[in-house]
Design a protein around this ligand. Structure first.
Ligand SMILES: [Zn+2]
Length: 76
């Protein structure tokens, strides 16, 4: 059991993550593969835009719900 708090994936940000951004790069990943980034409230917009303009973004899910799915949010 880890008590580690999930941290925002934005560069230099140490804020606790609130959102999970699920994404897939079709050039690197099979279609069903999901990479995840974590985002705090402040960086959700920035990070989803970054992925969105590249067409990578699949889903933005509240961290609480993502955990309830039993998926690991630690896979970068
Ligand atoms: Zn952040």
């Amino acid at each position: 059991m880890s008590e580690e708090k999930p941290i925002c994936s934005a560069k230099g940000c140490r804020a606790g993550a609130v959102w999970v951004l699920a994404w897939n790069n079709p050039k690197l990943h099979t279609p069903e593969r999901r990479k995840t980034w974590l985002a705090c409230e402040e960086h959700r917009e920035h990070l989803s835009q970054f992925l969105g303009v590249r067409g990578f973004l699949k889903d933005v899910v509240p961290l609480a719900e993502w955990d309830a799915d039993g998926e690991s949010a630690a896979d970068r």
